[in-house]
Design a protein around this ligand. Structure first.
Ligand code: SF4
Length: 356
């Protein structure tokens, strides 16, 4: 049987075309998107549309839904991790992080990842497939719906930092960013969206040219190519100097300060000379370094740097004029690091699909 197209995957222009094909005025597209992004699961719930039109929509389209499979609340109450079941039985995860200023959602852009970062659980079994823009939207919609049901604030910030390399799924990711910004729907400001990349330099430049002023967070994790290639095999393709140049270009085009992520790993990239080299590398345009003490993932060798080493590294950077933040560690008791919970769920199964 041929599957009906999923309207959650549609941009405004695509919904307008569909509406016109069905002989309806163009403004119906915004009405439909308002309902879709609010989280309705059936066209019949779109009560301001004529009944015959709803019937035609039912016949020609579906509203793809992802299903909450598990939710885990951290003991401290500052994070909720969700496992979602996709329509093809793949599993993805996302995390809600509660901050004083509001709720942030860290969402996935791929099932698995092929970038191979050695500290990351998401990449252990490679890439399964890209997520569609609608599947990314669904993560926001489902979480918003649940937060609202519980009398909580909706998601105010998005970070594309869950499983997957967003720029490896470029067109769907850019489509999603535009869709989540629609005023009739989620209405997320571009400035409240952060996209994290492991440094796909040509795609960073392409993104700069899109004119979407999202914050770019670039994973460096090492101050030179040799060490970076060891930690992140994808760095073999894009030398660190190209990544820095692409970051500078992004800043110049968008005016957005770049965040450089640096995961501190015991006895690997946490020495004084690494801090010196890093400060030298990134000087010259507005940026800051976000230090992430490594999460220890079962099956992976990397260990977290001791607290005094973390403090020393931060001091070294600051003494060289670098603006440094340290990532707040939320949800450690619920396997908060990228891909850990999904991996635990899949461990022991025959493949990466969830068998019910
Ligand atoms: S850290 Fe991100 S880019 Fe690297 S393997 Fe994990 S999901 Fe992929």
């Amino acid at each position: 049987m041929i599957e009906k197209p999923d309207m959650l995957d549609f941009s405004l222009e695509e919904v307008e075309q569909a509406v016109q094909r069905l002989g309806q005025p163009g403004y119906r597209a915004k009405q439909i998107l308002k309902w879709l992004h609010k989280g309705v699961s059936h066209f019949d719930e779109m009560t301001d549309l004529p009944q015959a039109f709803r019937q035609s929509l039912n016949e020609q389209f579906q509203i793809g839904r992802i299903q909450i499979l598990e939710r885990h609340h951290s003991n401290t109450g500052d994070a909720i991790k969700y496992l979602f079941l996709l329509s093809d039985h793949n599993i993805i995860e996302c995390v809600v992080m509660r901050y004083k200023y509001g709720n942030t959602l860290c969402l996935s852009t791929q099932v698995g990842c092929r970038m191979g970062c050695r500290f990351c659980a998401s990449t252990i079994n490679g890439l399964v497939r890209n997520l569609s823009a609608g599947e990314m939207m669904s993560q926001v919609i489902e979480v918003n719906r649940e937060l609202e049901e519980n009398g909580e604030r909706r998601i105010g910030n998005l970070v594309l930092m869950g499983t997957g390399e967003p720029l490896d799924n470029y067109s769907n990711t850019v489509k999603f960013i535009k869709m989540v910004h629609y005023p009739m729907g989620i209405n997320m400001s571009y400035r409240n969206i952060t996209l994290s990349t492991c440094g796909l330099a040509p795609r960073m430049i392409e993104l700069a040219d899109e004119g979407l002023p999202v914050t770019l967070s670039v994973s460096l994790h090492a101050p030179n190519d040799k060490l970076r290639r060891f930690i992140m095999p994808a760095a073999s393709v894009y030398p660190i100097i190209d990544v820095i140049e692409a970051s500078r270009y992004y800043y110049e085009k968008t005016g957005r300060r770049i965040t450089f992520e640096y995961i501190l790993i015991k006895d690997l990239n946490d020495r004084k000379e690494h801090a010196e080299e890093l400060a030298e590398l990134i000087k010259g345009f507005p940026s800051h370094v976000n230090i992430i003490p490594a999460n220890e993932v079962s099956g992976l060798d990397f260990r977290r740097s001791p607290e005094r080493t973390i403090q020393r590294f931060i001091r070294e950077l600051e003494s060289r004029g670098v603006v440094v933040t340290r990532r707040r560690e939320l949800g450690l008791d619920i396997e908060g690091a990228c891909g850990q919970l999904r991996r635990s769920r899949l461990t022991g199964r025959r493949n990466q699909r969830y068998e019910r």
